[in-house]
Design a protein around this ligand. Structure first.
Ligand code: IPE
Ligand code: IPE
Ligand code: MG
Length: 240
């Protein structure tokens, strides 16, 4: 079977990606880590466009984790400035491509300028519905769950929510991903095979794919390989 033979229902609706390996890509190519991150940011655009063409509806990328603050200060500040530049540069393109942009994660810890840019780009693309690009920034799955639990507990304490009413669907509506479907396919690049705190609730039944290449080398052909692998699987949700 080749990629061209795939039927529309074999295309994952929602692809989530742990884009890993920017640093190792830079080292392997005699470049600075910052250049690796720049190449990685450019590749988000390439893969976003390819997925839109292929017929997927959602792409969610892990851009900065709650644990990434532990990195060297200059790397953290480079990543923050890169995200700002990316949002500024891509707003026009996103509108032209009818792509809605969202950011998940704890935005309150980001610098006010970045928070303002996020508010702007989310508001200016909120009416678009051809494709949905979501960035996880200062995102950690455990942190997301704790923040959701806090809000649920507060509502219960204030008498606005009966604890007996809490079920999976209600709880999920308190997560950052409330208006996103669960990912069908989760890809991690760079050969690492772990989740690193990315969407632990949402990927309960996602198919996993680990690519051996570093993120800046994850081309459209690599993406097609991942989707072909996905299409060849029999998805199961616990039934028979
Ligand atoms: C992924 O690349 C980008 C971020 C985590 C921000 P890395 O920076 O983790 O690259 P490696 O894993 O060190 O190669
Ligand atoms: C996961 O990559 C976080 C992002 C891609 C933003 P890391 O490179 O930070 O994860 P670990 O440290 O290898 O688990
Ligand atoms: Mg890494």
């Amino acid at each position: 079977m080749t990629f061209e033979d795939l039927r529309p229902e074999q295309i994952p609706q929602h692809v989530a990606i742990i884009l890993d390996g920017n640093g190792r890509w830079a080292k392997a190519n005699g470049k600075l880590r910052s250049q690796g991150h720049k190449a990685g940011a450019d590749n988000v655009e390439t893969i976003n466009d390819a997925l839109t063409e292929i017929g997927a509806k959602y792409l969610t990328v892990y851009a900065f984790s709650t644990e990434n603050w532990k990195r060297a200060e200059d790397e953290v500040s480079y990543l923050m400035s890169l995200m700002k530049r990316y949002l500024i540069r891509n707003k026009k393109d996103a509108i032209a491509r009818r792509t809605r942009i969202r950011v998940i994660g704890d935005k309150t810890r980001l610098d006010p300028e970045l928070q303002e840019l996020i508010r702007e780009v989310e508001a200016d693309t909120a009416h678009l519905d051809r494709f949905n690009l979501t960035f996880a920034i200062n995102y950690g799955g455990r942190d997301e769950i704790v923040r959701a639990v806090r809000r649920v507990a507060l509502e219960a304490k204030e008498g606005r929510l009966d604890p007996d009413m809490i079920d999976e669907a209600l709880f999920a509506s308190y997560l950052d991903t409330a208006d996103l479907p669960d990912p069908d396919l989760l890809i991690r690049t760079s050969g690492e095979e772990r989740i690193s705190n990315f969407l632990p609730w949402q990927i309960a039944y996602s198919e996993l794919y680990f690519a051996q290449v570093y993120w800046p080398d994850f081309t459209v052909d690599e993406l097609k390989k991942a989707i072909l692998s996905y299409a060849g699987r029999e998805r199961r949700f616990g039934g028979r």
